[in-house]
Structure formats: structure tokens, C-alpha cells
Design a protein around this ligand. Structure first.
Ligand SMILES: *Cc1c(COP(=O)(O)O)cnc(C)c1O
Length: 374
């Protein structure tokens, strides 16, 4: 039985050609010409003036938080159901993540619960588009304006997605992307910060590069990071960017085929196909086990592996992360939807290399498992 991996990237465009150019010219560091080109093209893709590439999406979040001067005691509102990077970026600066539960159908932060979380210490709202559907951005932007808060937009799963016709990643005062291999554009590892604000852009550039003083090298007035992005990564990214439209189209095809095959499967909840007139781009194809299914997502991942299918559990909720519990954060807090997603959600293969035949095979083996659970 051949194994079907959870994700396999496709690198069949100009990736090799541009990489060879790096090697032939000797430009492999962050000083190489592809870095600027990639930053400019990403900025154009999401209608932003400035793109600042960094070593990964987590680094992008850290720089974004630092650039907004979030520090001791500052509160940042964010979803309870997201990757830990959102919270660690804030905690590392001494800030406090303030959590909001998720909507059970879109899996995005429940925006109705944001306003009650705003206090005098709130500095920013971090919106995170989860798994392929855009969060309802407009009401959040209004809230932010009303309360004079910054918006950090985590669009790490959203390359090529739009909200009301405008690109995701174009809404935050500062927005971030990741280029990890399971994202719609990959550079192996990589990330980018985008903004329209020149001052913020300069600050991010400085923070990413150890806060070197502009004219005096090796002299620093502030602690920065070395989160630079290389010409090799940019070479791959440029080639990936050229294919973004076909990538998104194929991801949508994969999602639609899964939905077609799984929509009558009573034991799992499938992703919404559309929200706010935007079709899901299925960063991953997520499933949530129904209430009457008596196994956890971890057990499901093991069962799928025994049938030759790679899968992953959903994110573990932020307030239940042992590391934060140890720090005394989120004591007694409960976010039932996030907790349920973390225990019952899992995603099945949906990488670009996946063939329709494999999709059918995944569904067949998954259905066999679900049948046996009775
Ligand atoms: C992937 C991802 C990140 C982090 O990206 P890395 O490049 O893996 O550090 C951040 N936020 C979200 C929502 C993600 O999905």
C-alpha cells in the first residue's frame, strides 16, 4: 500500500533555473538581487507598498510585534485557536495575549467576542485567517479604529486569497506571510512582513538585521534579530509566485473534490466552501470528528497512518499550551470551540503534488476507518 504524504510541494517552474543563477553568480546571501525582487512582487500581490522578507513566518510575527513597540504588560487580542507563534511573539516582548474563541464553522476568531476583551492595556488585535477562509475583516478594522488599536494580520495561510475582493495581507497595519513548504507559496523556510507605512517598514528592516545603525556598521543602539532571508530562498519564491494563480486554482479543485466525496459522511464536519462570498482556498483540508465519534484526532491520525495516509492534528489551543500554563497565563480560561477543534480536528493530504486518484484513495481509506468505529 503506497503511502500518501500529508503534503508534497511542487517545484516544477523556474525554481531550478533561478537557483542555478544564484550558484552561477555566487549570490547566495541576503544581499542577492532576487531578495528585493521577491519583496517587491509579494508587495504588489497584496497591494502593499513595502515587503520585508525574513527567515520564516514566526520571525515575521516577532518583528511585527517588536516594530509596533508592544512591550511589558501590553495586551494583544488574538484567537485561542492558532499556531503558537502568534502568542510567543507577544510573550517574548513581555506582552500578554488575550484570547478569543473561534467560530465553530469557519474556525476563525469569533469577532463578536473581541470588543468585550478590549481594556486600557490593549495595544493591538491580531487577526489570523485560519485554514483557507478569510476572517470577516471589516468589523475588526472598525473596532480597531474606534479604540485606536493597531491591527496585525497573520495571512500565513492566505497567499492568493481575498476578502471582499481585496487581497488578504492588505488589511493589517502590518501583515505577515509564511513560506513554509505547506503554504501556497514556499521558499523552504521563509516569511514576509508587509506594510504601507514607511516608518514601520524601516523599523522592520532594521530589526531583521540586528539593528545596525545606518551609517556606522557594527554599532547598535537596540537589540535586533538576525532573521535575514537568502537569495536562494528568494529564487524559489519568485518562481513560486509566478504560479500562484494555478496553485490556488488547484488547491480549490482539491478541496472541492474532497467535499464532493465527503459531504454525505455524517461522522465528520467538512470545511465551509465559501464565506462572505470568498471561496475557501483550503490551505489544508480540515475535518472535525463528530460528537458521536469516540476517538480523538490523535487516534485518528494514528489510524490513518496505519492505512498509509499522512495527516496532522489541528493546532493545540493557546490557553492549553503547557508552556503558557507554567508561566501562569490563562488560568481558568475556557474556549470551548478552540478546545474541541484541538481535540477533534485533523487535516488530510492536500499538497499540490496530490493526484485526484490519491484523493479518492484517501477518502476510501478514511471512510473504512469511520465505518469500523461503530
Ligand atoms: C505557518 C504559520 C505561521 C508560521 O510560519 P513559519 O514559517 O512556520 O514560522 C504563522 N501563522 C500561521 C497562521 C501559520 O499557519
Amino acid at each position: 500500500m503506497n503511502f500518501i504524504p500529508v503534503n508534497e510541494p511542487v517545484l516544477d517552474g523556474n525554481e531550478k533555473k533561478y537557483l542555478c543563477e544564484c550558484i552561477d553568480t555566487g549570490w547566495i546571501s541576503s544581499e542577492g538581487p532576487f531578495v528585493k525582487q521577491f519583496e517587491e512582487k509579494m508587495a504588489r500581490l497584496v497591494n502593499r507598498k513595502y515587503g520585508i522578507s525574513v527567515s520564516n513566518g514566526t520571525a515575521a510575527l516577532e518583528i511585527a510585534v517588536a516594530a509596533l513597540d508592544i512591550e511589558d504588560g501590553d495586551e494583544v487580542i488574538m484567537p485561542a485557536f492558532t499556531i503558537i507563534s502568534c502568542a510567543t511573539a507577544v510573550v517574548k516582548r513581555g506582552g500578554i495575549p488575550v484570547l478569543v474563541d473561534s467560530d465553530q464553522f469557519t474556525w476563525n476568531m469569533n469577532i463578536e467576542e473581541i470588543e468585550e476583551k478590549i481594556t486600557e492595556k490593549t495595544k493591538a488585535i491580531m487577526i489570523v485567517h485560519i485554514y483557507g477562509l478569510p476572517i470577516d475583516v471589516d468589523p475588526v478594522l472598525e473596532l480597531a479604529k474606534k479604540h485606536n488599536l493597531k491591527v496585525i494580520e497573520d495571512a500565513a495561510e492566505m497567499h492568493g486569497q481575498t476578502y471582499k475582493g481585496k487581497p488578504c495581507g492588505s488589511f493589517g497595519d502590518i501583515s505577515v506571510f509564511s513560506f513554509y513548504p505547506n503554504k501556497h507559496i514556499t521558499t523552504g523556510e521563509g516569511g514576509m512582513i508587509l506594510t504601507n507605512d514607511e516608518k514601520l517598514a524601516e523599523r522592520c528592516q532594521s530589526l531583521r538585521n540586528l539593528c545596525f545603525l545606518k551609517d556606522v556598521r557594527y554599532v547598535h543602539e537596540e537589540i535586533g534579530y538576525n532573521y535575514r532571508f537568502t537569495n536562494l530562498q528568494a529564487a524559489v519564491g519568485l518562481a513560486q509566485l509566478e504560479k500562484i494563480e494555478t496553485t490556488v486554482a488547484r488547491k480549490r479543485e482539491i478541496g472541492r473534490l474532497y467535499t464532493e466525496l465527503l459531504k454525505n459522511e455524517a461522522k465528520v464536519q467538512i470545511p465551509l466552501e465559501n464565506y462572505n462570498d470568498e471561496d475557501n482556498i483550503y490551505w489544508v483540508y480540515g475535518l472535525v470528528l463528530g460528537n458521536d465519534v469516540n476517538i480523538s484526532n490523535r487516534e485518528m491520525v494514528n489510524l490513518l497512518a496505519s492505512k498509509g495516509i499522512g495527516s496532522r492534528t489541528f493546532f493545540w489551543a493557546i490557553h492549553e499550551q503547557p508552556v503558557f500554563r507554567k508561566m501562569g497565563l490563562f488560568k481558568g480560561e475556557k474556549y470551548p470551540v478552540a478546545e474541541r477543534l484541538a481535540r477533534k480536528g485533523f487535516y488530510i493530504p492536500s499538497g499540490l503534488a496530490l493526484k485526484d486518484e490519491q484523493i479518492k484513495e484517501v477518502v476510501k481509506r478514511l471512510s473504512d476507518i469511520l465505518k469500523e468505529l461503530n
